[in-house]
Design a protein around this ligand. Structure first.
Ligand code: NAD
Ligand code: UDP
Length: 318
């Protein structure tokens, strides 16, 4: 059997690096494409030389806002900063990444005859008025707010994917990814899990935005990557939620991190960012039925692994 070539855009990022490693372990030829805005080759740890020397791993520094010609059998299109801090840093660039970048990758998929999976997001549901969120919910998104470069950008990306499927028969998959965490998140990522853990490890108060009663549902990265691979292997061209449906408040998250570290953590309250969703939890009925998807890493176990990673990265041994 010939070796499958898989292109992963955003491949040096948090989720992308885990995905590249999984695909490589499964025997694929992996092309990792990234502009390294928020990602880094350091996310492959000491394995980068080994990966390249295998002859089955290639890194291409490229910005998806520009077109590129590559041959591939499958494309996982993840390129886009995911943390509000990073996607708001240059919001116009974020829209271009989502719209032009997805347009270029869909065009590439069409020309190469590749199957393409779009990494969409729970943010397409905005600040949801339906709870938990099933794929049939059209969402409640502010089209002109600070988050809209990302939320609306991903909504257009989904539209493009569906139109390339309808009009050109491109074989698309659409994953609506809910909050994912784990090792290889950047220390300066800015999302809540890395912020709280790094702050707590460094003996600083954790920064709770708003009253801390807002909820999220956190998925450990290996479970999410498993869901992405299952979705890619399926024959379903409509959006599918992927995540973990355990829902907690940010204050409860502080408690979980305290339990993991075995220390009391102090809190400092800061203003809630505009349009910050109040509640978020995936309805995973479709993923369970269609993909036999079942996240297996519980929050305590996942936080433990993430804490161990940040301890190492920050050089903290207590
Ligand atoms: P990340 O920021 O760690 O990774 C994104 C990667 O894309 C980085 O390596 C970055 O350098 C690269 N990138 C950004 N703009 C690019 C461009 N114009 N050209 C080429 N590369 C570019 O984020 P992540 O958490 O790994 O997220 C990966 C994908 O999953 C994103 O598309 C994100 O929207 C989606 N997603 C993530 C989550 C989550 O909780 N982690 C939730 C929903 C959706
Ligand atoms: N948050 C927080 N402190 C932080 C970072 C984030 O309280 O240091 C809150 C944020 O306001 C949101 C939740 O945690 O309500 C999740 O934020 P994150 O940026 O991780 O993800 P998203 O809002 O995109 O789901």
């Amino acid at each position: 059997m010939s070796v499958k070539t898989v292109l992963v855009t955003g491949g040096t990022g948090f989720i992308g690096s885990h995905l590249c490693l999984r695909l490589f372990e499964e025997g694929a030829r992996v092309i990792c494409l990234d502009n390294c805005f928020t990602g880094s080759l350091e996310n492959f740890g000491g394995r980068y030389q080994e990966l390249v020397l295998s002859g089955r791993f290639e890194f291409i520094r490229h910005d998806v806002v520009d077109p590129i010609k590559i041959e591939a059998d499958e494309i996982y299109h993840l390129a886009c900063p995911a943390s509000p801090v990073h996607y708001q840093y240059n919001s116009i660039k974020t829209i271009k990444t989502n719209v032009l970048g997805t347009y270029h990758m869909l065009g590439l998929a069409k020309r190469a005859g590749a199957r393409i999976l779009l990494a969409s997001t729970s943010e397409v549901y905005g600040d949801p008025q339906v709870h938990p969120q099933p794929e049939s919910y059209w969402g409640h998104v502010n089209p002109i707010g600070l988050r809209s470069c990302y939320d609306e950008g991903k909504r257009v990306a989904e539209t493009l994917a569906c139109d390339y499927h309808r009009q050109n028969g491109v074989d698309v998959r659409i994953a609506r990814i809910f909050n994912t965490y784990g090792p290889s998140m950047a220390v300066d990522d800015g999302r809540v899990m890395s912020n709280f853990i790094c702050q707590a490890l460094q003996g600083q108060p954790v920064t709770v935005y708003g009253d801390g009663k807002q909820t999220r549902s956190f998925c450990y990265v290996s479970d999410l990557v498993d869901g992405l691979c299952r979705l890619m292997a399926s024959d379903y061209a409509q959006p599918v939620n992927l995540g973990n449906d355990g829902e907690i408040t940010m204050l409860e998250l502080v408690g979980s991190i305290e339990s993991s570290l075995g220390v009391k953590v102090s809190t400092v309250y800061e203003a809630l960012p505009a349009d910050d969703p109040v509640h978020r939890r995936p309805d995973l009925t479709l993923a369970r039925k269609l993909l036999a998807y079942a996240p297996v890493v519980g929050l305590d176990e996942g936080i433990g692994k993430t804490v161990a990673y940040f301890r190492r990265i920050l050089g903290i041994d207590r």
